[in-house]
Write a new protein. Structure first.
Length: 404
């Protein structure tokens, strides 16, 4: 039984929405992007949301708006995809990596220890769609001792008067935290709408804005939108109108807007997302029920008081397996044509960051989480029969490798 890892959810509604965009004569940023932004606000509770062409470009845009200067530090988890730190580098800052907890997410105590007068932002990551401890993180940046050592290097930082919290919510659209949906629990949150995500635009992302007073999120949306379009005073849709050709460039922006033809895919999906989310939870629950009988199977966190995952990745850990044994188990699973993955190789193990001086030995929990982890397929189209076959394949692979 051939089972892919994460095929996109494409049904007739998606196809019709894309065809509507193609037939409209307008395929780049326009009304469908605006409609998707509004749907994301409704789902997340964010004040405003801006569609962009990727999570990475959205993060670079936000960090550049923050005004990072050379030497400014941004705290990130060592256990995440590389884009989290790469965005900091592209924005001119220094990533300060810290260790994780057993639930895969960033350690608040490790954040506390890493804060210096150079710290300008914290970028927690909702690994696999399970929200971080945002109450503690937001309380930390509001702590008077922490605020007292804050040393702003830009007008935006001075206006905020503390470390900004930017949630890497790439995995967590639709997740719940403390009575809120992901996207509204921090100053800024950024979703990924990449092809493998719960809601996709093939390539894309969304910046959710929840800045406190004295910031005006409507004005911030207008400013961010301008920045995403090369700081051009008229977008292409406006310029295309009769007599609307004249424009100006009023700053050094970026070109990272989302196109209507891409937004159409996400627009059709997000309108039925509550149902799709239930289907993801169905698969998660089936895996949990089947795997809980095995002492070696550490099932991923998904629900606890005040938190519920978006069920983006089923991050199974194999208790007692070494990294090499985990790799051998994956090889055996692959022989049955079941596609699995690993989320993630910790950044200090990657050549770029290793050569910059980051050492995986400084992040023991991040390594432990990685060395035992196998991501199982989770998507709405996955049938119960297929899910059972995945479990059967994993168990057989474990027995073959660990029973040596």
């Amino acid at each position: 039984m051939k089972i892919p890892f994460s095929p996109p959810y494409i049904d007739d509604d998606v196809i019709n929405e894309v065809n509507d965009s193609l037939r409209s004569g307008w395929i780049t940023t326009g009304p469908k992007v605006k409609a998707l932004e509004e749907e994301i606000c409704k789902l997340s509770g964010a004040s405003r949301a801006l569609g962009v062409n990727s999570w990475t470009s959205g993060a670079i845009l936000v960090l550049r708006w923050l005004g990072l200067q050379p030497g400014d530090e941004v705290i990130v988890p060592a256990y995440t995809y590389s884009a989290t730190a790469l965005a900091v580098l592209w924005a001119g800052g220094k990533p300060v990596m810290v260790d994780s907890c057993d639930d895969f997410n960033i350690s608040v105590e490790a954040i506390r220890r890493a804060i210096t007068p150079r710290t300008k932002a914290i970028l927690p990551v909702d690994i696999a769609g399970f929200p971080c401890d945002y109450k503690s993180i937001m309380a930390l940046v509001a702590d008077e001792e922490v605020k007292a050592q804050f040393n702003p290097t830009s007008d935006v930082q001075r206006k905020l008067g503390r470390i900004i919290v930017i949630s890497d919510s790439a995995h967590s659209i639709g997740a719940h935290y403390d009575g809120r949906r992901a996207g509204s629990e921090t100053d800024i949150a950024i979703f990924s709408l990449h092809a493998v995500k719960n809601v996709t635009t093939a390539e894309g992302g969304a910046i959710c804005m929840n800045m406190p007073e004295p910031f005006d999120n409507d004005q911030l949306y207008a400013d961010m939108r301008l920045l995403s379009l090369n700081c051009q005073t008229k977008d292409a849709f406006t310029k295309s109108k009769a007599g609307g050709w004249r424009y100006d460039i009023v700053g050094q922006g970026m070109k990272c807007n989302l196109a209507d033809v891409n937004a159409a895919i996400g627009l059709a999906q997000i309108r039925k997302y509550e149902r799709l989310l239930k289907e993801r939870k169905r698969v998660f629950t089936r895996y949990n029920n089947a795997l809980k009988q095995y002492a070696w199977a550490i099932t991923p966190p998904s629900e606890m008081p005040g938190k519920e995952s978006s069920y983006h990745v089923y991050a199974l850990r194999i208790d007692g397996a070494s990294e090499q044994q985990r790799d051998e188990i994956i090889q055996e699973i692959s022989k049955a044509e079941v596609a699995v993955n690993v989320h993630f190789i910790p950044m200090p193990m990657l050549t770029l960051f290793r050569e910059m001086g980051y050492d995986i030995n400084d992040y023991p929990q991040a390594y432990r989480n990685y060395a035992h982890e196998i991501s199982l397929p989770v998507y709405p189209q996955l049938t119960d029969e297929q899910a059972d076959f995945v479990v059967k394949t994993v168990v057989e692979a474990y027995n073959k490798v660990m029973g040596k």
